[in-house]
Design a protein around this ligand. Structure first.
Ligand code: TSX
Ligand code: MN
Length: 595
């Protein structure tokens, strides 16, 4: 077959056209389609995807503009053991990342991409991460042979002509190459080349492995650039809290998976907080820079939500349910007989006649789940009725507080404020979450996950924490840092804190602390609210339970700090001495207090 000529009216950028031609020579597609991001193009791609059986239209009355995609059953999640950071030295990737020599990786993957798009269309997807006019927005080009990926990128990023216009004739775009190939786990690699600003991903069509703008560019490559350029690329939601007086405060928060990050980003305050409004700037990623005013300003690089479906319902997250009412893609959820979607933990019980995520008839009482536990929705950010007016602001929003959290059944109290920036970095560095049944492996074990970045940091974790410590000197008015835990349990296994909307009561204290207008108690582990500092009116929990949720058990903390020590050791010699010293000091003070 003749080489497809690389021609498009969309760009004359010689670096881009040269690279696309080179990649087309390698992958040998039948056709090359440059995406312009127009509404007409979106319709045509959906038509193609429906004709090819990649997308199934849902009922246009119940879910207008919505489609179901069923992935290969062996390709339903990110694959950390096949994700590589390819830097010149192994030390640069650090002990918590898989490393491959860049030359070896290019050689191996070139072999896998060779002819991988024969008989297929190569989509060239130009996109921007961040508000298009933001000074630190990044342009990426993803070459992919998946129409599903092209359509998802159209929701999750600012996709099309606007990206090419922003790029102009420059060469500094992220080069992303993706092919589902034969979708075999034996030939699956997600390789990051931070030194080349490139990502090569082969063998998976799943979100985090295939939508290269999200985890790969915005977090792994992003964090590498952030250290080099003096900013922060973080796995954080960004929310806007507006007080009854109309004061808007912005909070960024990092949680590991299964802690309800999207729910927190879209929280609806309880009746008692009637005058308060919570709005969403982002639910997954924050890029934060020091502004001219000396504050830390955050943008959400994304344009949509790629959320976990199971557990999402009108009680846990009404705004998310409204967000996915139209123009959304669903991946690996169950299909109802009337053309709607269903998953475990939806409001209503499963209807008769469900088709499960693999396309098989499913009946109640089946031991298998109807929707895959990692099934997802992809929805435009503007569908959210509570989206912040600043979600697309090129300036971003000024962050007053950073919250770290985890799922801990013991030890970690409802909320603590750090003594200072370095102690806040210590809180983030030591945060962890107990594994739930949703993840593979043993249930109930604490898995440490610094800043929820363990799977997403594009370089050595010790150097990453050093970068966090160094940032203090660069931020004249830094946000205050907090640690929260919504998941503490009583001895009988009950949750002590009602969570969800009632987290507003904790958030209110956080905001008031950030503005220096409420008191706190100095404990050995940080500043904690005294009982009179939390507004608990109409709370559906006993005073005893709240006391237990906020209690600090110094015996438990001695064990906690011992376990933190083992984790620190595992991060190796680049872990900043400051963090070792914080651990030792906190432990010594507890021991010397004689508890
Ligand atoms: O998202 C959650 N949040 C944050 C919400 C803003 N979840 C769901 C976690 C899985 C993704 C929570 N689950 C939260 C929470 O704050 N808290 C809990 C634990 C919990 C579960 C049930 C109840 C109370 C607490 N109560 C009843 O079911 C009646
Ligand atoms: Mn995430």
């Amino acid at each position: 077959m003749d080489m497809p000529a690389i021609e498009t009216h969309l760009t004359k950028n010689p670096h881009l056209l040269g690279w696309v031609e080179e990649m087309a020579k390698l992958c040998q597609p039948d056709r090359v389609h440059f995406c312009d991001g127009s509404e007409g193009e979106r319709r045509r791609l959906i038509e193609q995807a429906v004709a090819a059986g990649v997308l199934l239209p849902l009922d246009p009355k119940k879910r207008p503009g919505c489609y179901l995609h069923r992935s290969n059953p062996g390709d339903v999640a990110r694959v950390e053991h096949l994700t590589f950071i390819c830097t010149s030295s192994k030390e640069e990737a650090g002990p918590t990342n898989n490393w491959m020599d860049p030359r070896e990786a290019y050689t191996k993957l070139r072999g896998l991409f060779d002819g991988s798009m024969k008989g297929r269309t190569m989509f060239v997807v130009p996109y921007v991460m961040g508000p298009v006019d933001a000074p630190h927005a990044k342009v990426g080009i993803e070459i992919t042979d998946s129409v599903y990926v092209a359509l998802n990128m159209g929701i999750m990023t600012r996709m099309g002509k606007q990206a090419l216009d922003k790029l102009g004739d420059r060469d500094d775009f992220n080069r992303g190459l993706h092919s589902v190939r034969d979708c075999s786990p034996e030939r699956r690699y997600i390789c990051h080349f931070p030194e080349d600003n490139a990502i090569w991903s082969v063998g998976s069509g799943y979100g985090g492995n295939a939508l290269l703008g999200k985890k790969c560019l915005s977090l792994r490559i992003g964090s590498y650039l952030a250290r080099k350029e003096g900013w922060l690329a973080e796995h954080m939601l960004i929310l806007e809290a507006e007080s009854p007086e109309g004061q808007r405060t912005y909070v960024a928060a990092a949680f590991p998976s299964a802690c309800g990050k999207t729910n927190f980003a879209m929280m609806i305050p309880p009746k008692r907080f009637g005058g308060w409004k919570i709005r969403t700037v982002g639910d997954d990623i924050a890029w934060m820079r020091v502004g001219a005013d000396g504050r830390l300003w955050a943008v959400n690089p994304e344009n949509g939500y790629f959320g976990v479906a199971p557990g999402t319902n009108f009680k846990s997250n009404p705004n998310a349910m409204k967000t996915i009412g139209r123009d959304s893609l669903f991946t690996n959820v169950a299909l109802t007989p009337d053309g709607d979607v269903w998953w475990e933990g939806m409001d209503d019980p499963a209807p008769e006649g469900l088709i499960d995520w693999q396309g098989r008839p499913w009946s109640k009482g089946s031991s298998e789940k109807a929707a895959h536990p990692n099934s997802r929705f992809t929805a435009p950010i503007t569908n959210n009725p509570a989206v912040s007016r600043h979600w697309d602001d090129p300036e971003g929003v000024p962050i007053s507080a950073i919250i770290f959290g985890g799922r801990r059944s013991t030890t970690v109290p409802l909320v603590l404020q750090s003594f200072n920036w370095a102690h806040g970095v210590f809180m983030g560095a030591t945060m962890g979450s107990e594994t739930t049944a949703a993840a593979a492996g043993k249930v109930g074990v604490v898995r440490r996950d610094p800043m929820a970045m363990l799977p997403f940091c594009g370089y050595d974790m010790g150097s990453y924490l050093q970068h966090w410590l160094r940032m203090q000197a660069a931020i004249p008015f830094p946000p205050k840092i907090f640690l929260v835990n919504w998941f503490r349990k009583a001895a009988d296994g009950r949750f002590l804190w009602p969570g969800y909307g009632d987290n507003m009561r904790v958030l209110k204290w956080v905001i008031d602390r950030a503005h220096g207008r409420v008191g706190a108690l100095e404990t050995l582990l940080g500043w904690a609210p005294k009982p009179e500092h939390l507004d608990l009116q109409d709370l559906d929990a006993s005073a005893d339970d709240v006391r237990a949720a906020t209690r600090i058990d110094y015996g438990e903390w001695e064990a906690e700090l011992e376990s933190t020590g083992e984790f620190f050791t595992s991060l190796g010699p680049t872990l900043p001495r400051t963090l070792h010293l914080w651990r030792e000091m906190l432990l010594s003070r507890i021991e010397e207090a004689g508890r």
